[in-house]
Structures are given as C-alpha cells and as structure tokens.
Write a protein that binds this ligand. Structure first.
Ligand code: ADE
Length: 246
C-alpha cells in the first residue's frame, strides 16, 4: 500500500514514517509513505500556497492549484488515489474506517491549513475526515493519526494477533497488561496471570475487557452482541464480585 501525504510542513509529517512498527514497515518496503510539499507544486517565484478569501473575512484560503497538481502527479505515477482531506468538517475517524481504508492500494491525504481550502478542491476529494470534535492548527496531526491507524491494518506491518487484540478491534477496550516484577510499589500482578493456566488467563482477560468497556464506554457495551466466551467471562466476573462481597 502507498500513502502520500501533502502538506506545507513535510518535516513534521515525515516523523510518521520514521519510528516504531511503521518505520520498520517502511524500511522493509511493506508500506510506502511519501510526503509531498504543496509549495513544490506552485508555479510562482514565491511558492505561495494561500490567498485572501473572495467575499472578505478573516484568515487565508489554500489555493486550489497545488492540490490539483499533486493529484495529477499521483495519478500519473501510481494510478488514481483514494483522496482524503483532513478537516474538522469531515466524518469522524474510527477503527472501522481505518480498516476499510487499509484495503485501498493507493491513498492521498491532503492536510488542510489556514481558514480553509478552496471549495473547488472537493472535485478531487473522495472524503473529508475529522479525527475528533476539536480544532487543530492544521491537518498534519490528523493525517499522521490516520496514516498510523490505517498502516496497522496493512498485512505484515503489525503481528496479526496483536492487531486483533488491540482496543476497538472487537469494539471492546483492551485488558490490563503487566510485566516483571511480580510485585512493584506494593501492587501485585493478578495471581491468575502467574498460574500458567491459559484457559483461565484468557477468561480473565475477556472479563477485564468487558469490565473496562462497561465502565468507560457503556455505549459500546450496551450495543454488544456477546459471544459465548464473553457470557462465560461475565458470569465469572459476577461470581468474583459476589464472592468478595460475601
Ligand atoms: N484540522 C483541524 N482540526 C481537525 C480535526 N479535528 N480533524 C482533522 N483535521 C483537522
């Protein structure tokens, strides 16, 4: 898969392809992440990417020409990309969307800036995506979030088992993790994790996931269609709670 990110701050965005599992996948060519500078697709001496808004008002608007130039560049080289504009007006990004986007061969992400982007750019944009109900100074952080979350679903970027256990993969929050030492700051690792009984450990983890989800994200818990294993884990949890109470 190839993800091209277009921005006026290429150094900032490049960090997304330099660290951790994504950095490794780029090195191994499992994933291609290319960062383009809008200014390299301007035609004037000063490489201007913004201009005053027609009709007046505060702030500047991003000019359409560099967007079309980058879209043409990507189309000629790699075929027509699925094109995203990061914007607080977009549809809200989530794990399901990340998984869906990971099926595409070729994605182009435009990072919006300033007061907005010339509306004619929408002609080449397939979808506008927001990463949450708040306003960032620009779309760079949003593009990096999208790029990272999508990349995790690309085969061989992250171990498959690890992706499946991620929070939200099954629309459940993750269970708590522990490593050595077995006791730290007076807090002991739950006995079950030291038992070596893999069936019991799995049940404990499912129960902890369900407990966290119920407490922190009741919206996800209430709409859940529980599996047989999850029902067993819930019974186990209730037993634990009632045995402590008695
Ligand atoms: N640009 C500014 N705010 C944003 C947000 N919340 N999501 C995506 N892009 C943005």
């Amino acid at each position: 898969m190839r993800i091209v990110i277009a921005t006026i701050f290429p150094e900032m965005v490049s960090a997304v392809r330099e660290y951790g599992v994504i950095g490794q996948a780029v090195k191994n060519r499992v994933l291609q992440i290319e960062v383009l500078n809008f200014r390299d697709f301007t035609k004037d001496k000063h490489r201007v990417v913004d201009d005053y808004p027609y009709g007046g008002g505060p702030g500047m608007v991003m000019k359409p020409e560099p967007f079309f130039g980058i879209h043409d560049y990507c189309t000629e080289r790699y075929g027509k990309p699925f094109t995203i504009l990061t914007s607080p007006q977009g549809i809200k990004f989530d794990n399901r969307m990340a998984k869906e986007l990971s099926q595409k061969e070729n994605i182009l992400i435009f990072c919006g800036r300033y007061e907005g982007v010339d509306e004619r750019v929408m002609k080449i944009v397939d979808t506008e995506i927001s990463i949450g109900d708040y306003v960032l100074s620009g779309g760079e952080l949003a593009a990096m979030v999208i790029c990272d979350a999508v990349s995790r679903f690309v085969p061989n970027v992250v171990e498959e088992d690890s992706v499946k256990r991620d929070s939200f993969y099954n629309e459940l929050l993750d269970y708590p993790h522990y490593t050595r030492p077995a006791e730290f700051a007076g807090i002991k690792v739950p006995q079950v994790l030291l038992s070596g009984d893999h069936e019991k450990i799995e049940l404990y983890r499912v129960a902890e996931s369900l407990k966290r989800t119920a407490l922190r994200r009741p919206d996800l818990f209430l709409k859940r269609d529980f599996s047989e294993q999850e029902k067993k884990a819930l019974i186990w949890l209730i037993r634990e709670l009632t045995s402590n109470a008695q």
